[in-house]
Every structure is written in C-alpha cells, then in structure tokens.
Design a protein around this ligand. Structure first.
Ligand code: SAM
Length: 216
C-alpha cells in the first residue's frame, strides 16, 4: 500500500476550476437554500458546505480522465455533480436510486446547464449501463467491503475505482481483502487530498479493476 499526499492549495484550485467556480457557487447556493428541506444535507453541515462538501469533492477532479465516469449514490450530487462542473471534458452517469434525489439531480443538471451528465435512477447492483465505466466514484455510500462489489462490476477491465473515504480507510482495506481479490483490484493506493488550508482533508482509495474471476 502506498500513501501519497496531494496538496491542493487555493491558487491551484482556482486555476483548476477557472470560471467554472461560479457554477460551483451557484450549485452551493442551491444546495444551501433547498438541501435541508429535501433531506439532502443536515443543518449542521450548512455553515461548512463549501469547504467540507463542495471543495472536498472538487479536489478529486484531477484524478479523473476523459471518458465515462459513474458516481454511485450521488445523493445531493456529491461528488458527481461537483466533478461534472469541474471537468466538462468528462462524461458522468450519476447513479442514485431515490426518486426525490434523482429529481433534485435532474433539476440541478438543467439549472446549471450541464451537458456532460446523465442521471440514472437505479441501485448500483441493478443498473444497466450502455457502456462500461472508465472510472467510478462514490462518497459516503458504504464500507469498501460492500462498495467494491457494488462498483467494480460497472467498470471496464483496466478502469479505476476512485472512492472517497474517511480516516478508517486502511482498516476498510484490510476487511475487504476477499472482495479486492475477487474483482482483481490491483495497485490499490490511498491518496490524501486537501491537506492545505482550502478544504477538509479527504482520503481517496484508488485502484485498477481487472478481469473478474467467475464464481465457482
Ligand atoms: C449517505 S448518502 C451520500 C450521498 C453523497 N454521495 C454524499 O456524499 O453526500 C448515500 C447515498 O447512496 C445511495 N445509495 C444507497 N445504496 C445504494 C446502492 N445500492 N446503489 C446506488 N446508490 C445507493 C443513497 O440513496 C444515498 O443517496
């Protein structure tokens, strides 16, 4: 296991987002105004929505490659919508089963004028996508033990898992050894992002998905 630290300082983030930062501010305002009433975000999170939620997701943007990225369990749009704003060169499928959240996501896609996003109402284990994903993201959906079987089958061989995790990620990796082997997840690494003053620190589990071993 390699632990890498990527620091994203304010100037770098501003450069990364460019004029897209205004769209991100608009999304943040919308989420602040309606997120609590829609059950998307808790009241305690409102004062720290920009640093803890929006920028915390935006700093993952440099890890994405042009292609199709699926965000499993997008909820309010974290990280999927934020990444779609930050990376107009990447196509996104936001996979979310709850009707109310899907309606919110579609509203935001329209309001922000995003042409690189499709919202798919489904559970990850039931979703049918026309094309396999090049990368999959997820944040606050479940532990790796459950998340790997939910996400890895959606990714093409050679594609990547880019999963936002908390401080317990190393323990989760130990507990998920069987699932990592089953889906031939190789080169797993933990990237520590956001250690600068801009956003709260986040850990990203990144790994390559191989050919699946058929069940016995
Ligand atoms: C705790 S919320 C996190 C939402 C968002 N990713 C965030 O960081 O704020 C978990 C989300 O995962 C969705 N979810 C739960 N199980 C799922 C599954 N099997 N497939 C896809 N989404 C799922 C829920 O509907 C919910 O929106």
């Amino acid at each position: 296991m390699t632990n890498n630290t990527i620091e994203v300082e304010p100037a770098v983030a501003a450069e990364l987002l460019g004029d897209r930062i205004e769209l991100l501010r608009q999304f943040t305002e919308n989420l602040s105004a309606r997120g609590e009433e829609l059950g998307l975000i808790g009241p305690l999170e409102l004062p720290r929505i920009w640093t803890r939620h929006i920028l915390n997701c935006a700093i993952v943007a440099p890890l994405l490659r042009p292609g199709l990225v699926g965000d499993v369990g997008s909820g309010a749009g974290l990280p999927g919508l934020v990444l779609a704003v930050a990376r107009p060169d990447v196509n996104f499928a936001l996979i979310e089963p709850m009707e109310r959240r899907v309606a919110w996501l579609n509203d935001q896609v329209d309001e922000l004028g995003l042409v690189n996003v499709t919202v798919v109402r489904a559970r990850a284990e039931e979703v049918r996508l026309a094309d396999p994903l090049d990368q999959v993201t997820a944040r606050a959906v479940s532990s790796l033990q459950k998340l790997v079987p939910l996400t890895a089958p959606l990714v093409r061989p050679g594609g990547e898992l880019v999963l936002m995790k908390g401080a317990a990620v190393d323990n989760e990796i130990v507990a998920a050894q069987k699932q990592l082997r089953k889906y031939r997840i190789s080169l797993p690494e933990v990237l520590v992002l956001g250690t600068g003053v801009l956003s709260e620190e986040t850990r990203v589990f990144r790994a390559t998905v191989g050919e699946r071993v058929p069940a016995n």
